[in-house]
Design a protein around this ligand. Structure first.
Ligand code: DC
Length: 233
């Protein structure tokens, strides 16, 4: 029985949800626990945004870019072991993708049909072999509608703002800082949910997990258990 199971395709797991709900850190750890690869699709939209900013293309001209124009930007994704390394201009990216300037422009870039078309094939190719945990906004609804396990993570806005401010190990932020960050996140949620293409939505068949009061380890365990249960169904 277990030999048979090993021959079957290993699942694609999708984690969608609003900004700051803990998708990326959770997806990364779930992938590590399962021995799957992790795709941070928000990182891809951020990389296109950074490339456009670095190339000095004025924001008002972004809607004129075609899918091929987006594809011609110096953004590459290399598969290295269990990781996908995102490169912009030949440089591997990490914190550069999370600067306030990139964050302030990425929801606009992600609302453009050419950016979504440009990234669709690339994301699907990453899931072709299964064994993938993909996080974003439309992983379960559009990119991998047939994913074996779908999760939708939510958390209170204030809690999401606090987590964002504490990213990188900072101390407890003051209430007015939290309030300001909550405003920024709420605006991005609005743009991500109200856009015409691939808006942020919970797929009907996704498991809803509210992480507001969940311990990170418990949250990871719960998702790993869903994947393991799926394998025995
Ligand atoms: O998860 P994140 O904050 O890195 O996402 C950055 C932006 O990219 C966010 O505003 C929404 C957009 N995005 C998207 O539209 N679709 C995805 N699958 C992932 C991210």
């Amino acid at each position: 029985m277990s030999e048979l199971k090993q021959e079957t395709r290993r699942p694609v797991v999708t984690l969608d949800g609003p900004a700051g709900s803990g998708k990326s850190t959770t997806a990364k750890e779930v992938a590590r626990r399962l021995g799957f690869r992790h795709l941070d699709s928000g990182g891809l939209y951020r990389a296109l945004t950074l490339a456009l900013l670095e190339e000095g293309v004025p924001r008002e001209e972004w809607p004129d870019l075609t899918e091929d124009g987006m594809r011609a930007l110096p953004v590459h994704v290399a598969s290295e072991g269990s990781e996908f390394v995102i490169e912009v201009g030949g440089r591997p990216m990490k914190s550069e993708l999370r600067t306030p300037e990139v964050t302030a422009n990425v929801a606009f870039l992600a609302s453009l049909p050419a950016s979504r078309a440009c990234l669709l094939g690339l994301q699907r190719a990453a899931g072709e072999q299964g064994s993938l945990v993909a996080d974003g906004r439309d992983m379960g609804s559009v990119v991998f509608p047939g994913a074996e396990v779908k999760v939708y993570l939510v958390a209170d806005l204030t809690e999401r703002a606090r987590r964002r401010l504490k990213e990188g190990g900072g101390s407890d932020p003051a209430d007015d800082e939290v309030e300001r960050e909550a405003g920024v996140i709420a605006e991005r949620d609005r743009q991500d949910s109200e856009r015409e293409l691939s808006p942020l939505r919970k797929p009907e068949d996704a498991h809803l997990i509210d992480t507001t009061r969940l311990d990170f380890v418990e949250q990871v365990k719960a998702i790993v258990a869903l994947v393991e249960a799926q394998g025995t169904e």
